[in-house]
Design a protein around this ligand. Structure first.
Ligand code: CMC
Length: 444
């Protein structure tokens, strides 16, 4: 028992405080600091949560040093090669790979809930035509909470949770494809029940009332793989956002809308779009050195997009799968902008041999290659992060479900190190000092 504790000594007073060390099935041990404040009167300071395990979970395991990613114990490489996206969704949600019957039933449920309520379609016309599709997604996914409200569903029950899970998984591709159609000014294309999850999405994106789009099997497989590779990634920023929102008991559809917002940023899911923008900006191999120097310069905000990861200090295993896959897909496709891929390869080679990137363990991440594959599929850059959101919905809702099923439920409520003014007396407006500026950045 003695070995399972850690002692903190406050060197100011010499007081000792013991805390329990908990062991997971894999990965670093954790120190249970839930009683830290009550024992010491101090908070734990960890901005960005670099050393904080915010929860316990059975869903996904990452070993960042080795570059390992497991979903419910299965290697991502095996799932990408042997499984398909609906099966991975089932695995993440239920903990086991489905039997043949359960897989068929699950796919049937996802298939039969793909349509949106007709009233939801009206929301789209409220958005500016040139809106980023992620802006549309934040709004439309949030709007689902008014159709699946607590008045009708009890999301604390198994049945209620299942409604949230199945409707979100089934409807996100429809919503995403409609966001794209809206940006083009084309009519919405309704889902088709005889198509697979990935094929249906491509159908809704690219068919028109005048012509049916028939994607190649290679394109369907490529999209399915991308969905698998983005399905879950333990307690990342967007998943933690969904869970923090969910910890207050908020409607799960609204929580997922919060996740969409969090994913949008260029440091997270927005990176796939930024990679292509960066490659276009670099333009050709001659300019790579200049951009590598920019990335290394502390005074320059430029970062090499698609490089680095909070957890992986090795090659991101998802990027490894995608890199190989990218090669194969490019060999097959004839409409692909090959110079971009060549440039990406060269950039990767130069960065991986540069002492700055080696020292800081900055390797390509999943977003480095996903954008190139999506471009090969003919998808517009503005839709890249939306597709990430479609894929990650299962991760968000699986982790939300797991959290709501825990015996101990606590609202997420971090504390802070306060560095502002201490108490001061209120000053009458006529006695206040002359002030130059109202708000920095304000347009006069
Ligand atoms: N280019 C240049 N320098 C970098 C990069 C990069 N892409 N990433 C990190 N660094 C440097 C950073 O300047 C810092 O240097 P120093 O220690 O001298 O201050 C050091 O490496 C550590 O970086 P950090 O920002 O403290 O690390 P983090 O764990 O907080 O950030 C990250 C991780 C992914 C936000 C960051 O690596 C980054 O901004 N990468 C580019 C954006 C990107 O590709 N994001 C996709 C992530 S994978 C998909 C997903 O899960 O969303």
């Amino acid at each position: 028992m003695k070995n399972d504790t850690i002692t903190f000594i406050d060197n100011r007073s010499g007081k000792k405080h013991n805390f329990t060390i908990k062991k997971g099935s894999s990965g670093p041990d954790v120190v249970d600091l839930t009683s830290f404040f009550s024992k010491t009167g101090m908070f734990i300071y960890d901005p960005g949560f670099t050393s904080t395990a915010s929860c316990s979970s059975q869903i996904t395991y990452i070993d960042g040093e080795k570059g390992t990613l497991l979903h419910r114990g299965y290697k991502i490489e095996d799932l990408a090669e042997k499984s398909d996206y609906p099966e991975v969704c089932y695995l993440l949600l239920n903990g086991e790979l489905p039997s043949k019957e359960n897989k068929e039933r699950f796919i049937s449920i996802l298939t039969h809930h793909t349509m949106l309520h007709e009233q939801i379609l009206r929301f789209y016309s409220g958005f500016r035509r040139d809106s980023h599709p992620m802006a549309v997604m934040v709004g439309i996914v949030g709007a689902l909470s008014s159709f699946y409200s607590e008045k009708i569903y009890d999301f604390s029950t198994t049945e209620g949770k299942w409604v949230a899970v199945s409707r979100l998984l089934a409807k996100l591709p429809t919503m995403a494809a409609m966001a794209y159609k809206y940006s083009l000014g084309q009519p919405f294309i309704y889902p088709k029940n005889n198509l697979s999850y990935a094929e249906n999405f491509l159908h809704m994106m690219f068919s028109t009332p005048c012509g049916e789009y028939k994607p190649s099997q290679a394109s369907i497989d490529a999209l399915d793989k991308l969905l698998i590779l983005h399905a879950d990634h333990e307690q990342n920023a967007s998943t933690s956002t969904v869970k923090i929102a969910g910890s207050s008991g908020a409607n799960p559809f609204a929580c997922v809308a919060a996740g969409v917002a969090s994913l949008w940023g260029p440091a997270h899911g927005g990176a796939n779009e930024s990679v292509i923008r960066m490659l276009n900006e670099i333009g050709n191999e001659k300019n790579i050195k200049k951009y590598i120097e920019k990335a290394k310069n502390k005074d320059d905000p430029f970062r090499l997009m698609g490089f680095g990861h909070r957890v992986y200090k090795n090659y991101d295993p998802r990027a490894n799968v995608l890199r190989k896959y990218c090669h194969n897909l490019l060999k097959e496709s004839d409409n692909f902008n090959l110079p971009l891929f060549k440039l990406a390869n060269k950039l990767e080679e130069i960065a991986l041999n540069d002492s700055y990137f080696i020292k800081k363990k900055l390797y390509p991440n999943v977003d480095f290659y996903s954008g190139i594959i999506l471009k090969a599929l003919g998808l517009p850059e503005s839709m890249f992060t939306v597709i990430f959101a479609v894929a990650r919905t299962v991760g968000w809702i699986s982790q939300w479900k797991e959290m709501t099923e825990m015996s101990q439920k606590k609202i997420s409520r971090p504390r802070q190190l306060y560095i502002g003014n201490n108490h001061r007396e209120y000053i009458d407006i006529l006695k206040r000092k002359k002030q130059k500026q109202m708000f920095p950045g304000e347009i006069k």
